[in-house]
Ligand binder design. Structure first.
Ligand SMILES: Nc1ncnc2c1ncn2[C@@H]1O[C@H](COP(=O)(O)OP(=O)(O)O)[C@@H](O)[C@H]1O
Ligand SMILES: O=C(O)[C@@H](O)C(=O)COP(=O)(O)O
Length: 419
């Protein structure tokens, strides 16, 4: 029976939160897009949407459809997963989706907490830090689609929400579950609808998860999910399964596709190139000119991939991304690149590639959809927040890497784990 129903606003974010649950022994399945059929047998089901950058009304409609399906699957609690860097625009979509889900669940209050300390995301006095930097000083200020220029999450979320946004300070979180429950009740009584919650380490996240056990809806990054399996186990709803993260071995060629332009991915691409491994850059400008970039990239990759893993990337530094965006517009440039990498992915899998690392959330969404994958089994983490996954019923392993996650040698490390 499904205990937890998760609605994730992108595909890498979905594997991130699924990984968090699986590593605590929850049997978890990720479904791609709003499903229609019967629910899979799992303790947690994560619905991966591509709703982070769509118009807010579309994001709301997709999220509500996912909620209704998860309700029909019997889920007892719901979780709206967004990015640990709170990726959104003033139009949304975090506020509108959170409020629509609350309303649909006949509820009037929840928390908002993107903290993920293992990956350096902490929230203190409502301000989000990425490592030692405020969000607004981090590389996220240059994100191609959702540049984040304000670290004050209360202000950011308030700008996207109709209801009042409040703050659950660290001073209370540090005092434990009962203190948090009392303060949340107070905030709710004062008319706060969404309370941004401070959290600086995993103990804070466990406190929040336990204190929110009665809420129909939690909204957060993947961090708060690390505390949920213990809550469900204590209630006798789940029994941890030591085999939850085991995937079958899959032989075959391997490739990396990268459409993320984050600081971390730029370093990972550079590391691969510096190691002398085969890499081909695709150019958004050539795509806009109608050149057969995908076909050329595929021909290049097919010549090599039987011998060694290849990398095809659009990853570029902020100046280059800004230059192309000022010519083509951010949306068009992004869509062209996503489409190209998705076509390359399709061709590679047709040519026998069976292990594929994809860097970037939107990029992963485009690739997974092009490959017609409908469901993912979740394996062990390669780095925090990035597990290997298997396309259900197919000999195909996918690692969907969030833009900002992973060590510098992530690509080789990931492929080395499933060699
Ligand atoms: N060289 C480039 N110029 C412009 N846009 C690009 C370039 N390379 C990638 N993009 C686009 O930038 C976006 C990156 O988003 P995403 O894949 O979600 O990465 P991340 O996980 O880092 O956020 C995608 O839409 C991608 O197509
Ligand atoms: O919470 C996170 O940081 C990730 O799970 C995530 O959502 C990342 O999104 P992308 O950086 O767009 O891959």
């Amino acid at each position: 029976m499904t205990v937890l129903g998760v609605i994730a606003d992108d595909f890498t974010g979905a594997t991130d939160v699924a990984s968090m649950l699986v590593r605590a022994g929850m049997r978890t399945v990720q479904v791609i897009g709003v499903p229609h059929g019967p629910p899979p047998k799992a303790d947690a089901v994560v619905v991966a949407l591509k709703s982070r950058t769509t118009p807010a009304a579309q994001a709301v409609a997709d999220s509500i459809a996912a909620l209704r399906w998860l309700q029909a699957a019997g889920a007892k609690q719901f979780y709206f997963k967004y990015c640990s860097t709170f990726d959104s625009t003033p139009a949304g979509n975090i506020g509108p989706v959170a409020e629509a889900l609350l309303e649909a669940l006949d509820s009037d209050f929840t928390i908002a907490c993107p903290a993920f300390p293992e990956n350096g995301r902490t929230v203190f006095r409502g301000h989000l830090f990425v490592g030692d930097q405020l969000l607004s000083d981090s590389g996220m200020r240059h994100h191609p689609l959702t540049p984040m220029t304000d670290a004050n999450l209360v202000a950011v979320l308030q700008a996207q929400s109709r209801g009042r946004v409040g703050l659950l300070r660290y001073d209370t979180v540090g005092q434990g579950v009962e203190a948090v429950r009392a303060r949340l009740a107070q905030l709710r009584a004062e008319g706060v609808r969404l309370a941004v919650a401070d959290a600086i380490d995993n103990d804070d996240l466990r406190t929040l998860a336990a204190a929110c056990a009665e809420l129909p809806l939690i909204t957060a990054g993947s961090g708060v999910a690390l505390g949920l399996p213990a809550v469900y186990e204590a209630r006798g709803w789940i029994q941890p399964d030591a085999q939850a993260a085991v995937l079958p071995a899959v032989g075959g060629a391997a490739a990396v596709l990268s459409g993320s332009c984050s600081v971390a991915t730029n370093a990972q691409v550079q590391h691969w190139i510096d190691a002398g491994r085969p890499a081909l850059r695709i150019d958004a400008r050539e795509l806009a000119q109608g050149r057969p970039v995908a076909a050329e990239a595929l021909a290049w990759a097919r010549d090599r991939v039987a011998d060694e893993p290849v990398l095809v990337y659009a990853t570029a530094r902020p100046e280059a991304v800004q230059a192309i965006q000022s010519e083509l517009g951010a949306e068009r440039a992004g869509a062209l690149v996503e489409q190209c990498l998705a076509t390359v992915a399709q061709g590679l899998v047709e040519s026998g590639v069976r292990r594929l690392v994809v860097a970037g959330g939107e990029t992963s969404g485009a690739v997974v959809q092009a490959l017609g994958v409908q469901q993912l089994r979740i394996g062990a983490p390669i780095d925090p927040g990035v597990p290997w996954t298997q396309a259900e019923g197919r000999p195909l392993l996918l690692a969907l890497k969030s833009g900002n996650f992973g060590s510098t040698d992530f690509f080789s490390k990931a492929l080395g784990q499933v060699a």
